[in-house]
Design a protein around this ligand. Structure first.
Ligand SMILES: NC(=O)c1ccc[n+]([C@@H]2O[C@H](COP(=O)([O-])OP(=O)(O)OC[C@H]3O[C@@H](n4cnc5c(N)ncnc54)[C@H](OP(=O)(O)O)[C@@H]3O)[C@@H](O)[C@H]2O)c1
Length: 248
């Protein structure tokens, strides 16, 4: 039976690219997003894959519970399945400000989406993860190197990596692998689309990478595919940086 992947923030950017990549490789996809993501489902189905859409705001515990109920009902009805095999905690926000401009709201929103969200989404689906399921938490290369005005975001991603390692240990006895992926600058809507749309930003960031450019969404998606593939079945608690060699 094809594996089922549940991907948060799958309506655009890295989440969408991951949904498409995993679908191309035979996984059934639960596209979880705050807004309508029927276009992603159509794109997958048009390409010969299989997907359903679920509404989910990862910062809201009521929404997480509703998404759990809706996802389980849908996968039972559509695929006669009861478990999720791959969980990609991708949804995230990048709010950047120097110390003097950081508000409590900036901090709370960042941690609610980037840390609390993945934790409680994982908790919600824990009883419904198959044996040998894979969880991938989307971190950032900014958890390793520093950049101006990114303190809260970097701290949230470092916290996510700490969760990843703890949960890898905790869930190991069930055969569940938990890893994080740390993309470098990638051309999406992130940070106002700067890595995609600003020549000055692209040039500056490209100069910091060994491969001399910023990343594309499908390059991160393919790395997530690799993490949930049998070739990496012995890897858990790991952080895989995919950044073209940023600031080595
Ligand atoms: N692009 C980069 O350079 C880069 C580098 C390192 C790490 N990352 C990480 O990669 C992940 C995806 O980023 P991206 O580049 O694809 O950025 P993006 O294009 O801005 O997409 C962000 C995604 O997160 C979703 N999201 C935000 N808050 C949410 C919430 N409360 N509940 C559910 N979904 C929520 C957004 O949904 P809406 O459409 O509803 O807003 C959107 O789907 C993030 O975790 C980000 O931190 C990105």
């Amino acid at each position: 039976m094809p594996r089922i992947a549940f991907i948060t923030g799958a309506n655009r950017g890295l989440g969408r690219a991951t949904a498409l990549a995993l679908a191309r490789n035979g996984l059934r996809i639960v596209v979880a997003s705050r807004g309508d993501a029927s276009d992603v489902v159509h794109q997958i189905v048009d390409a010969g894959g299989d997907a359903i859409a679920i509404r989910l705001d990862v910062a809201n515990l009521t929404s997480i519970e509703a998404a759990r109920v809706a996802a389980l009902a849908s996968i039972a009805q559509k695929w006669n399945a009861t478990t999720i095999d791959v969980l990609v905690n991708n949804a995230g926000v990048g709010l950047f400000a120097p110390l003097g401009d950081i508000s409590a709201e900036h901090f709370d929103t960042t941690f609610a989406v980037n840390v609390r969200g993945p934790l409680f989404v994982t908790q919600a689906f824990l009883p419904h993860l198959s044996e040998e399921a894979c969880i991938v938490n989307v971190s950032s290369s900014l958890s390793r190197h520093v950049s101006p005005a990114t303190s809260v975001y970097a701290a949230s991603k470092k916290a996510l990596e700490a969760l990843t390692r703890s949960l890898a240990l905790e869930l190991g006895p069930r055969g569940i692998r938990v890893n994080s992926i740390a993309p470098g600058p990638t051309a999406t809507d992130f940070n106002g689309g700067a890595m995609r749309d600003s020549d000055a930003m692209r040039e500056a960031l490209s100069g910091q990478t060994a491969l001399g450019r910023v990343g594309e969404a499908d390059e991160i998606a393919d790395a997530i595919l690799a993490l949930v593939s049998p070739g990496l079945r012995w890897a858990t608690g790991e952080r895989l940086e995919v950044s073209g060699g940023a600031l080595l």
